[in-house]
Ligand binder design. Structure first.
Ligand code: FES
Length: 197
């Protein structure tokens, strides 16, 4: 596990000790921000976790914990969303037919609203934490890299919708948890959209 990932986990644990808070830290090239407000009892029971996305900048990602797992919310730029269809041929399951997500996220963007990707930050190979590599042409991943997630454990690659590339060890796309928009500024992770609407 890289030091980068360990830092992220430490910040996550620190944020978990407050009722409502925000953590700003380096997360790749984008600001890292976390804001949530579950009670300790609610968290222990695995209750839904409400996330404040009002300060999440376009192109940035925040990270929270739900049922002991990292959940990432990436606010995609229009360019990120527009580029998803261009790489379908490189992906193992571009239509998410064999992957784990709610019906309302079984679409190209794998999202209720294409701008926001809500995804479990757990590699579907052996459970490592993929790294965000949002910059196209990343030095480590090559000039044709369009941006996405990279798992350093065994080299699995995922696009900006968490869809896995062909020819890597991870068998399926990153999982999408149940979630709902409470309003334009709040996402509830752990409850389906249809139930919150
Ligand atoms: S755990 Fe991610 S590639 Fe193996």
């Amino acid at each position: 596990m890289s030091e980068h990932v360990d830092k992220g986990r430490r910040q996550l644990l620190t944020a978990a000790t407050v009722v409502t808070g925000a953590v700003g830290a380096a997360f790749a090239a984008a600001p890292f921000l976390a804001s949530w407000k579950p009670s300790a009892r609610a968290k222990a029971l695995g209750a839904p976790v409400e996330i404040d996305i009002s300060k999440l900048e376009v192109g940035a990602m925040l990270k929270v914990e739900w049922r002991g797992k990292p959940v990432w919310v990436l606010r995609r730029t229009p360019e990120m969303v527009a580029g998803l269809s261009a790489i379908d041929g490189l992906l193992a399951d571009p239509a998410s037919e064999a992957s784990d997500q709610p019906d309302y996220a079984t679409n190209e963007a794998r999202a209720i609203r294409p701008e926001f990707l809500v995804v479990l930050g757990v590699c579907t190979h052996l459970g490592c934490a993929p790294l965000s590599r949002f910059t196209p042409g990343d030095a480590e991943l090559g000039a044709d890299w369009p941006g996405g997630f990279y798992c350093p454990c065994h080299g699995s690659k995922f696009d900006l919708a968490g869809r896995v590339y062909k020819g890597v060890p991870a068998p399926t796309n990153l999982a999408i948890p149940p979630y709902a928009f409470v309003d334009d500024n709040h996402i509830l992770v752990g409850q389906d959209q249809s139930r919150a609407a």
